[in-house]
Design a protein around this ligand. Structure first.
Ligand SMILES: C[S@@+](CC[C@H](N)C(=O)[O-])C[C@H]1O[C@@H](n2cnc3c(N)ncnc32)[C@H](O)[C@@H]1O
Length: 661
């Protein structure tokens, strides 16, 4: 077959796929308008080829089913969540949903018999036309799609699991009833742990130098330098000066708040440590006195040093003992990063049970991994009590894989050594273009009118990286210049054969972004896990095998708690992992079996048709695409009028096709 024929075939396959992709949304919309409930039964899209010679023999001709794609999730599941911020786009055949998850097309490995049986296929890789494209084959790992949600609240890894699959619905979060007087409510363990994660992943900077700097600034001039400058500018009193004052005051307030937060951590460190010293002193006196007398004498000594009454001291001690116990089980990070609820947690002691301390012990290394990697100087605070100030976990937060109950975290590369002794992973904040493939071109660029600046395709508000100009609030934690700090997720070691997975440390509201799918923008990879992106101009792959971000560790589940969404930021397509309601402590999962590629019928058909035509050298007249549910049966017939695709004779003739539905 000549190159020209191949090109013609490819063009034909693309055209067919485009037509199917174009018509499908309208067909589904029409069905919805006709009142057909597409959510009650699974919909199926079948793609078949019929041999022309069979067709000529009559209606009993053999139909070659190429692939079968369930459509139910594209019409029902995603909609409620995305309704608020995702509009259908031209590029997604079924309403702006997920791009596809690509694995090598099983079609490529199938025998004609298997094809005739019409087995459901996997995903096809796209045809892109980047510079220097080559087929690079890498090791393939098969996804097992059998993950089911169990019923316990904590599994053996200390991971929260769902109570029932029904909870996985995408309804918006229910508002919690506020307690009558929140300030007086005792803090529960969940709230406490949430507070620790919140502050570890917040922008606070726990570092003794913060306190020293502020103190020195006050001492040297009577008041902070920042304020003196500010007042000078205020005298001028024109608009930019007011703005300047505001800016400086914001910085001063931030620094003093940081210093105050650091002081609070220092305070609880010394108070918890004081309890340990108290116990030592009691033990020391206990060598010559009864324990009761030893304790009484130690309290008397302390009252003298603090200048407090015994009652006052005992009240404080009760709280400090709480700090000490938390530190003993959850480690120093559990105490140092405790949120505002720490005092109440220890005062009411409602959750001071064995289970609580077992849970904190389980989280100890997880807290430490996050604290050490995100706040490299936090352990310096322990210097105040002569504690160890050296970091245990260095590098990037996701260089460490946290393990089940109370085990130390292990280095990420070790978890891949069974497949690759030299495994290394480079953490990226932004995707990188594979220049060998795309040169200078970014295949994620979409065609759009920017005469009026960049407008969001979903909310239609102006987009900008400068937060003062940006009005798009679609995924505010990812785009718009007010990026939050690190995402509260950790790589964890699963115990059920999935190798690593991704854990949520904090809850993610339905519809909020967990993160962007970041990796190497490439093309032409086969037999390897890649995400396929598609714009009106190009089809590209995002590969995360050796570089990327944490979305690389998201496993498949048939009852996922997140999904991928296309989003265009400043004219460049992004793929965002969006929460469908993720609880703190839960594994983050997506459905990357059929549901990813089923929405991109376009890519799938394109490859399926092409492969079939090329491999089996048949000539065809019609392609049928059916959508079916249990009670409705319909058929979208794509009739290619007088197509003569005579590949066997190396003689390719095509004519214009038309589609009937
Ligand atoms: C994107 S990676 C996810 C992270 C992966 N578990 C790891 O350790 O690198 C996809 C691969 O994870 C594995 N995987 C994902 N979900 C799975 C599941 N539910 N059951 C078994 N393996 C799964 C498969 O090997 C798949 O090719």
């Amino acid at each position: 077959m000549s190159t020209h024929d191949l090109a013609e075939l490819e063009r034909l396959a693309l055209e067919l796929a485009a037509r199917v992709g174009d018509q499908l949304p309208a067909v589904i919309l029409q069905l919805l308008k006709d009142g057909v409930d597409l959510s009650s039964e699974p919909l199926q899209l079948d793609c078949s080829l019929r041999r022309l010679d069979d067709a000529l023999q009559g209606p009993s001709n053999q139909i070659y089913r190429l692939a079968s794609v369930g459509l139910e999730e594209t019409t029902s599941r995603g909609s409620p969540v995305v309704a608020s911020n995702v509009q259908p786009t031209l590029n997604s055949p079924i309403g702006g949903h997920s791009p596809i998850r690509s694995r090598a097309s099983p079609l490529l490995q199938r025998s004609p018999d298997e094809l005739l049986e019409g087995a459901t296929t996997g995903l096809a890789t796209p045809t892109a036309s980047p510079v220097g494209q080559e087929n690079r084959v890498a090791k393939s790992r098969k996804a097992n799609t059998g993950l089911r949600v169990s019923t316990s609240s904590f599994d053996e890894d200390g991971i929260i699991t769902r109570q029932s699959s029904n909870e996985r619905s995408v309804s918006l979060p229910r508002k919690k009833r506020l307690p009558d007087n929140p300030a007086l409510q005792p803090s529960t363990l969940d709230k406490y742990i949430g507070g620790v994660w919140d502050s570890i992943y917040s922008s606070i900077k726990l570092d003794p130098t913060e306190v020293i700097e502020q103190w020195q600034a006050i001492e040297s001039s009577g008041q902070p330098r920042l304020l003196i400058d500010t007042e000078r500018e205020m005298a001028v009193h024109h608009e930019s000066a007011v703005q300047g004052v505001f800016g400086r005051m914001s910085i001063l307030t931030r620094k003093v708040s940081q210093a105050s937060r650091t002081c609070r951590s220092l305070e609880v460190i010394v108070q918890a440590h004081w309890v340990r010293c108290f116990e030592d002193r009691v033990a020391d006196l206990g060598t010559s006195l009864t324990r009761e007398k030893a304790k009484k004498q130690t309290i008397a000594e302390a009252c003298l040093n603090f200048s407090w009454s015994e009652k006052e001291l005992r009240n404080k001690m009760a709280i400090w003992k709480g700090y000490h116990d938390i530190m003993e089980s959850g480690g120093w990070a559990a105490l140092v990063f405790a949120g505002a609820g720490l005092y109440r947690f220890c005062k009411y002691r409602v959750s001071f049970t064995e289970e609580t301390f077992a849970t904190l012990q389980m989280l100890r290394h997880r807290f430490e991994v996050a604290a050490d990697t995100l706040h490299p100087r936090w352990r310096q605070l322990l210097g105040i009590i002569g504690g160890p100030t050296e970091r245990k976990y260095n590098g990037h937060p996701h260089d460490h894989v946290v393990c089940g109950a109370s085990n130390e975290a292990i280095p990420l590369p070790i978890t891949y050594h069974q497949w690759d002794k030299h495994f290394a992973y480079e953490h990226l904040d932004e995707s990188m273009i594979d220049e060998e493939v795309w040169g200078e071109y970014d295949p994620r660029l979409v065609t759009m009118d920017t005469s009026d600046g960049h407008k969001c395709q979903q909310c239609h508000e102006p987009q900008s990286d400068d937060p003062r100009d940006n009005r798009c609030q679609c995924y505010p934690n990812l785009y718009g210049g007010t990026k939050a700090g690190a995402t509260p997720v950790q790589v964890y070691r699963t115990s059920n054969g999935k190798n690593n997975g991704l854990l949520a440390c904090c809850a993610f509201e339905p519809g909020s972004a967990v993160g962007e799918f970041v990796g190497q923008i490439t093309s032409g990879l086969q037999n390897i896990d890649v995400m396929v992106g598609q714009t009106d101009k190009a089809v590209y792959q995002i590969w995360q095998g050796r570089k990327g971000n944490f979305t690389r560790f998201v496993n498949h589940s048939c009852q996922p708690n997140s999904q991928y969404e296309r989003f265009v930021w400043l004219g460049t397509q992004r793929i965002v992992l969006m929460s469908m309601g993720i609880e703190a402590g839960e594994e983050i999962t997506v459905d990357y079996s059929e549901s990813y590629w089923k929405v991109s019928v376009f890519c799938f058909l394109e490859r399926a048709l092409l492969t079939f035509l090329l491999d089996y050298r048949i000539w065809t007249k019609s392609v049928f695409v059916d959508t079916r549910s249990a009670d409705i049966e319909m058929e979208i017939e794509i009739v290619i009028c007088s197509v003569q695709l005579l590949i066997a004779n190396d003689n390719l003739v095509t004519s214009k096709s038309s589609i009937n539905t």
